[in-house]
Ligand binder design. Sequence first.
Ligand SMILES: [Zn+2]
Length: 93
Amino acid sequence: MTEVHRVDDENTDEAKITSSLQSSVYAGDPPKLIAVDGSPVAGHGTGAHASPTTANGDTSVKIDNKPVNSKNDADSCGHLRDAGESSVIIGPE
Ligand SMILES: [Zn+2]
């Protein structure tokens, strides 16, 4: 199980999620929207890293039928999601 990712959480290259494709489920204090697959990530380089999105979310936990993102999910550029919101953990053990 890993920590959910929200808007402003970073990948291993310190690139933050800039917004979420869902607008109704929050986590943390202050609350921030939980990210689902396809949510935009800040650009942090060229090529695949220029305008990546989140990807590889947990298919067993969905919001608006989109998989929820958590720590160690690879973004579309290949960088992994880093530390998330530890008060909400999801996925298989
Ligand atoms: Zn990247």
